[in-house]
Design a protein around this ligand. Structure first.
Ligand SMILES: Nc1ncnc2c1ncn2[C@@H]1O[C@H](COP(=O)(O)OP(=O)(O)OP(=O)(O)O)[C@@H](O)[C@H]1O
Length: 642
């Protein structure tokens, strides 16, 4: 029955696609005809003008007449130009009409893909890549300029009316660069499963805050919302629970109005509870599993546990495997999570074998693979062929996203990508393209060199003087975060602020309102963390002091400043930390407080990444901090001995 339904739908699509193409051809013909007529008119009027010029040279008497003829011809040419402009307007109108028709015929016409530049690799670059074992597709990405934008209504995106309206309701009117490249690639291959030709995998590298999440959320919703039966078809793997919650919120917001079901597994809830949320956990086993969700968002550890122990949990219907923050996940082995997933996708047979045999009433038993083979289905049950019974080619499309995607050939190879494509959002400007990482253009970066003992005062100085309303301050450890938070909280006492202000001989402005700092660390319970994040989002907390727990992926749109209280020890970490501000085209500042003995290391790190000239050195004299020093020593003493 499903087979028949599928063919009917396919036929319907073919037919409507044919109809729409026919209509488009007619409109194109009309445009061509109008253009042809306008061109003929121009040629005719131009030759008349030339003739009138000739007559001007030949006879003086005719000069007078010529002037009028010339004027006439000029006005005629003007009118021809007007006609042409009108023609163009007409053409535009027809184009508009054409666009509208395309919209009303959404899904039925295949649009052409947008084209993007590929950087020309130098011979030296190519040789280096080869030497490093970097495959051609990875060495030659499809490059998209970060400034590229496309209206959400643009037909090349292939989004349905429902989703476009939902985007607009949520304030999304244009697609960002990464979305303009990824959405059409995915949406145009909208089959839920293609057992004969696997879709190509996609690796995406785009700056922090450039909208990578929606680049996969929108096409997945677009494609899956046409599904009839709930099966687990999209699996998103993320490195932290906080990110899982964030991506779930995004899916929830854009899924509104569809019947898609979204689940999460993070280990935050008991295993049994999670299992009940995502699969039918009755003792009965189903050949195709029994998922309660269409989209599952998970951290790798808990996912593997469900994969190996939850009955009816299967990846056999998976269509999308999304690995977000891919380089971070690939760096962690997490119980060999990647191999477990790939095995579950590619070797369904093995998984079935482990489950033993299925006994049929016919007095015989088969293992899972054989039981679902077309031969058995047809022979014993007189069933028509269904796609599940045909030889499987994995229909899973792997999508990798990161702001700092790895190009390590060994790590990439471990993903067993099929026909992959690498999309990179980076400047086409040759100088900037040389830099290793693309940083948001709206980000301003600074470094302040100081001694270790003055660092806390430097943070206070920045907070008091730059009127920072919402900042993240990164420390190297939970301990360091805890200590700094306590110090700032003690310092941030209104009486103290007043006395510093009164005793200050400098023009330092100390605001009357409190900074309100809080610590955010893995030591806190989930509820405490959630509570703090909510307060920060509301603006009730203005400074969040944290370890690297939220350095990656977290989208806190109020953040206008990032302070590296302890400098990051490698560039990727720097990129992700400073990327918590200047997101989605907004402005943001990043300050790195560098201890004197760290300067060489920090500068070397930036230089190697081709980024040193982007980080401005600002000189703050230590005397500026004098008025706070006494108070600081008292507070520091209190923290040390309490
Ligand atoms: N087309 C758009 N129009 C307006 N805002 C957008 C658009 N796309 C995404 N955003 C917003 O931009 C912000 C950053 O998006 P997102 O979190 O997906 O960035 P990212 O590229 O994943 O960053 P990171 O690498 O730090 O994880 C979010 O608040 C998101 O809602």
């Amino acid at each position: 029955m499903f087979q028949i339904q599928r063919y009917e739908i396919e036929d319907e699509l073919r037919e409507s696609s044919g109809l729409a193409t026919e209509r488009l051809t007619k409109i194109n013909d009309r445009v061509k005809l109008k253009r042809k007529r306008a061109t003929e008119e121009i040629i005719k009027k131009s030759s008349e003008l030339i003739k009138s010029r000739e007559s001007q040279e030949n006879t003086k008497i005719k000069r007078k007449n010529k002037t009028s003829a010339n004027e006439k011809a000029t006005s005629e040419i003007d009118s021809v130009i007007e006609v042409t402009e009108q023609g163009d307007k007409g053409t535009n109108l027809v184009r508009q009409e054409q666009n509208e028709e395309v919209h009303s015929e959404e899904f039925k016409v295949l649009h052409s893909f947008p084209t993007f530049d590929k950087p020309i690799q130098t011979t030296q670059g190519a040789a280096e890549s080869k030497l490093l074992g970097i495959p051609d597709w990875l060495a030659n990405p499809v490059v998209i300029d970060p400034e590229t934008k496309l209206s959400i209504d643009d037909s090349s995106l292939g989004l349905s009316n429902r989703l476009r309206n939902r985007c607009k309701a949520l304030g999304i009117h244009e697609c960002f660069a990464v979305q303009t490249a990824v959405i059409p690639l995915l949406v145009h291959n909208r089959n839920l499963s293609d057992i004969h030709k696997p879709p190509g995998d996609i690796c995406v590298s785009a700056p922090t805050g450039s909208g990578k999440t929606l680049a996969y959320v929108l096409p997945i919703i677009e494609i899956l919302s046409k599904r009839i039966v709930t099966r687990l078809r999209a699996l998103v793997v993320l490195p932290t629970r906080d990110l899982v919650m964030q991506v779930k919120e995004t899916f929830d917001a854009f899924c509104k109005g569809t019947s898609l079901k979204i689940g999460i597994v993070t280990g935050q809830q008991s295993f049994i509870h999670e299992r009940e949320q995502i699969v039918d956990s009755s003792s009965e086993l189903f050949i195709g599993g029994k998922s309660k969700v269409d989209i599952l968002i998970s951290t790798p550890g808990r996912l593997i546990e469900h994969l190996s122990t939850s009955p009816n949990f299967t990846l056999q219907h998976l269509r999308f495997l999304i690995i977000d923050e891919a380089d971070r996940l690939l760096n962690q082995s997490y119980q060999d999570w990647l191999n477990h997933i790939l095995k579950a996708i590619q070797q369904i047979g093995n998984v079935a074998d482990e489950r033993g045999m299925i006994n049929f009433d016919l007095g015989t038993s088969f293992n899972y693979d054989d039981a679902i083979s077309s031969v058995i289905m047809e022979k014993f049950f007189n069933l028509p062929k269904i796609d599940i019974s045909e030889t499987k080619v994995s229909a899973v499309q792997k999508l990798l996203f990161s702001a700092t995607l790895t190009r390590n050939p060994a790590k990439i190879a471990s993903l067993r990508l099929i026909n992959p494509q690498y999309i990179s959002v980076q400047s086409l400007n040759k100088d900037e393209a040389e830099t290793k990482y693309t940083i948001p253009t709206t980000l301003k970066e600074f470094m302040i060199i100081t001694s270790s003992s003055l660092k806390p005062l430097m943070v206070l100085h920045l907070l008091y003087n730059l009127h920072i309303s919402s900042a993240l301050c990164f420390t190297k450890s939970v301990d360091s975060a805890h200590r700094l938070a306590r110090l700032i909280q003690l310092f941030d006492n209104s009486n103290l602020r007043k006395s510093i202000q009164e005793n200050s001989t400098l023009n330092t402005v100390i605001p009357t309102e409190s900074i309100i700092a809080a610590e955010y660390s893995s030591d806190l319970s989930n509820d405490e963390r959630k509570n703090i994040l909510n307060k920060f989002k509301r603006g009730d907390i203005r400074l969040l002091i944290c370890s690297d727990l939220i350095a990656r992926g977290m989208d806190l749109d109020r953040v206008n400043t990032v302070i590296n209280y302890d400098i990051p020890v490698y560039m990727k970490k720097y990129v992700h930390r400073v990327g918590r501000t200047a997101r989605a085209g907004r402005n943001g500042d990043a300050y790195s407080i560098v201890e004197t003995q760290e300067v060489k290391y920090f500068k070397d790190m930036l230089r190697k990444a081709g980024h040193l000239d982007k980080v401005k050195n600002i000189n703050i004299k230590s005397t500026v901090l004098d008025h706070m020093k006494d108070a600081y020593q008292v507070r520091n003493y209190l923290i040390t001995f309490n």
